[in-house]
Design a protein around this ligand. Structure first.
Ligand code: NI
Length: 373
């Protein structure tokens, strides 16, 4: 079978069988078995649900790492595709099935190539979608030891098919996470003066948090504070004793990033106190920003050729940044033109992008080995 058709077939198989972050057992097994089946690769399992394959020429030269993330999301699929998820409540709604298939295709293609020297590493990373992320576990297992350049890509539906973005410098934001627990005396909904209303306090906290970016952060420094969940109460006539909010912050600048937890705590505790309740903050630093190395990006841009497009940095995060802390590299976005955004139940990609992404992996590896050997 032609590699492009094979990649589509692999992608559809993965799409049918999504697994959540840190639970990619079948996916990792499928990846490892497929790689073993290609022959000529050293296949390892750096962690329980990740896979590393090495293609070594046995001759001196640089080591280039190519990365794909393999996890899915807890979303019930409504895309209507014939190869939709067979696992209720789980869906490849970010395109990681495509990333995995493209990197498998690239491994197949590179095995058939005459390589000048050096080594190519294929990193199939688990748990990109869930902080603290899988990348750091793989790094700790040594997958980046001796790597000279790391390249990865994300299919991107807001970008039209045929276009590819590789931008030097800061490209994706730091992604951190918080949980706020508001507590107070619960009680009778008809006698609010005998209770402390945690729901009213939580609502005021959500509103108060909007002022952090609007009024407290340097307007020239991008930042996001989003409350993504708010849970409290079970009955219309009961004031609950607890309300729990969770959310995420995004930033690029290190000082802004450091400032955010302090500001969230200040707003939450003060607003809670004003309502006779108290609030406690649990804040977790997640992914560092994705910052593309200018030299590595120039190499990737050469491989992209006239498909190169521009895109402003985005406030999405990605733990590809964990690999970038150990070697210069570039994270590219491949246009996969679709109607619905990533992480949407009706998310679909333009599958033609898979062939493009596969070839770009191959090109980048060949170019890096050629130029750096
Ligand atoms: Ni993604």
């Amino acid at each position: 079978m032609e590699v492009d058709d094979q990649v589509v077939e692999w992608r559809r198989h993965l799409h049918r069988h999504p697994e959540p972050s840190f639970e990619e057992h079948e996916t990792a097994r499928f990846v490892a078995e497929t790689l073993e089946g290609l022959g000529g690769l050293n296949v390892e399992r750096p962690t329980e649900t990740s896979v590393l394959a090495r293609l070594s020429t046995g001759r001196p030269g640089p080591t280039v790492a190519l990365r794909a993330d393999i996890d899915a999301l807890p979303i019930a699929e409504e895309s209507g595709v014939e190869f939709a998820s067979e696992r209720p409540g789980l869906m490849h709604a970010c395109g990681h099935d495509g990333h995995t298939a493209m990197l498998l295709g690239a491994a197949r293609e590179l095995l058939a190539q005459e390589l000048p020297g050096g080594e190519i590493r294929f990193l199939f990373q688990h748990a990109e979608e869930l902080a603290p992320g899988g990348a750091r576990d793989m790094v700790a297992a040594g997958v980046m030891d001796g790597v000279d350049l790391v390249y990865g890509c994300h299919l991107w539906t807001p970008l039209e098919y045929g276009k590819v973005v590789a931008r030097p410098g800061p490209f994706m934001a730091a992604a951190d996470f918080f949980k706020l627990t508001v507590t107070g005396r619960g009680g009778h909904a008809g006698l609010p003066h005998t209770a402390d209303d945690t729901i009213a306090a939580a609502a005021a906290i959500v509103t108060g948090l909007q002022h952090i970016v609007a009024r407290r952060i340097d307007p020239l420094q991008p930042a996001v504070v989003t409350v993504g969940s708010l849970h409290a109460g079970d009955a219309p006539n009961v004031i609950p004793g607890e309300a729990v909010l969770t959310g995420t912050t995004r930033s690029f600048d290190a000082a802004t990033r450091e400032q955010l937890p302090r500001l969230i705590e200040q707003v939450a505790t003060s607003v809670a106190a004003a309502h006779g309740t108290s609030a406690e903050l649990d804040y977790r630093f997640g992914y560092t920003p994705v910052v593309n190395d200018p030299t590595a990006t120039a190499l990737v841009q050469d491989a992209i050729g006239d498909r190169l497009a521009d895109l402003k940095p985005i406030m999405g995060g990605d733990d590809f940044s964990a690999f970038l802390q150990h070697a210069p590299g570039c994270y590219a976005f491949i246009g996969a033109g679709g109607e619905f955004p990533h992480h949407h139940p009706r998310f679909r990609i333009d599958e033609r992008a898979l062939a493009l992404g596969t070839r770009l992996h191959v090109q980048v590896a060949l170019q890096a080995l050629g130029e750096m050997t």
